[in-house]
Design a protein around this ligand. Structure first.
Ligand code: PLP
Length: 373
């Protein structure tokens, strides 16, 4: 039997491993010089915008909402097709999540439905760039400006993606990235937030470390309720090594995505009833390669049959509004029919930078054998 092909696997090079070992030997293993260097390099990449790092891509969004002063009584619009973190952060800060259904082609939040969901209580939108594919950024920011809304972009999957040649994160309002192990570049766990001004950056620093401000040798003051969300130098050492590979990783993923399209051929959808992702090779970083299965096969059956062939298939994502926690808030089946259909049949095929074209061909051949009978 062929070797196991997972849906995702990080690529950590030897230079990165050496740098982590050096950090461990340095005597400074929590937040320190490596974190500062990582934040500086990220800031350069985001066109000089301010960046702060954290220990997840979840707390980044929660902190952005806090900095924006959003809380009880405020509504925040987001998509039902995301990792549950995206909506949980809205509940964490005491605000009300409002879902807008997705576009069946991009599987991202549908901006027409976002506009329809805006009320006088709406304070922010959290769009998600599923699989790294941006939404229409021009229109998104026009909607936000028209209704005076803050944006907390959940760009957890979108490092390396662009909009009209500009990196996601290099423009806009708050932009949140995750460096969790499966993301295009990783720190094992971690995240960063791109902010607008030094006041926001100062608040981010407080929220990530118990609300503490230090001055001089012994000055310490606490004036906001913060938590413990700082990134360690060990994580930042991994991040620096990964960040140096970002362009190579993105290029390899785009090459693999093209090879999926070429191998499956232009009749794949007509022959199988499955739905491919939009063929966007300019903007998307191809964090995931997702197809929507035809209704005649269940996802569990498909995943089991691929597992028999030693291939791991991912599932991103179950519609958030149908989780018990959200049903208890009044959400139910039928509210977001496109998200429910996509969420029932979507699968993530193997896609990671260390894969090669023959892995894509193996995946496609096994999948076609399953879908064509
Ligand atoms: C990974 C991810 C998150 C959460 O990031 P963590 O670093 O795991 O906290 C949030 N939203 C989306 C879309 C993600 O893919």
């Amino acid at each position: 039997m062929s070797e196991f092909l997972p849906f995702s696997r990080p690529s950590i090079d030897e230079a990165t491993i050496a740098s982590v070992a050096e950090t461990l030997r340095s005597g400074w293993i929590t937040s320190g010089p490596k974190v500062q260097e990582f934040e500086k390099q990220l800031s350069d990449y985001f066109g000089g915008r301010l960046v702060r790092t954290f220990n997840s891509g979840t707390c980044t969004m929660e902190i952005a909402l806090r900095i924006a002063g959003i809380g009880q009584g405020d509504e925040v619009i987001t998509t039902p097709i995301s990792w549950v973190a995206t909506a949980n952060v809205i509940l964490e800060i005491g605000a009300t999540p409002v879902f807008a259904d997705v576009d069946p082609v991009t599987r991202n939040i549908d901006l027409d439905k976002v506009e329809a969901a805006i009320t006088p209580r709406t304070k922010a939108i959290i769009p998600v760039y599923l699989a790294g594919k941006p939404v229409d950024m021009d229109r998104l920011y026009k909607i936000a400006a028209k209704h005076k809304l803050r944006l907390v972009e959940d760009a957890a999957q979108a490092i390396g993606s662009t909009w009209q040649g500009k990196p996601i994160g290099s423009f806009g309002d708050f932009v949140s990235f995750s460096f969790q192990a499966n993301k295009n570049i990783t720190t094992s766990e971690g995240g960063c937030l791109v902010l607008n001004n030094p006041e926001e950056a100062a608040l981010a620093e407080k929220y990530r470390l118990q609300g503490v401000t230090r001055s001089g040798y012994d000055g310490i003051e606490v004036d906001v309720l913060g938590g413990k969300f700082n990134m360690t130098d060990i994580a930042a050492a991994i991040g620096l090594g990964q960040f140096a590979q970002l362009n190579v990783i993105t290029a390899q993923r785009r090459k693999l995505a093209r090879h999926y399209f070429a191998t499956l051929g232009k009749d794949f959808e007509a022959q199988t009833g499955a739905q491919l992702p939009p063929a966007d090779f300019e903007n998307t970083n191809w964090h995931l390669f997702q197809i929507v299965l035809p209704e005649r096969i269940t996802r569990a059956d498909f995943m089991a049959r691929m597992k028999d062939k030693n291939i791991g298939i991912g599932y991103h994502y179950a519609p958030i509004h149908l989780f018990k926690l959200y049903r208890a808030l009044g959400f139910k089946e039928g509210m977001f029919p496109i998200a429910e259909r996509v969420g029932r049949q979507i699968v993530s095929l193997p896609m990671f930078a260390a894969m090669n074209e023959s892995d894509v061909e193996r995946m496609c051949a096994e999948m076609l054998a399953v879908l064509k009978n």
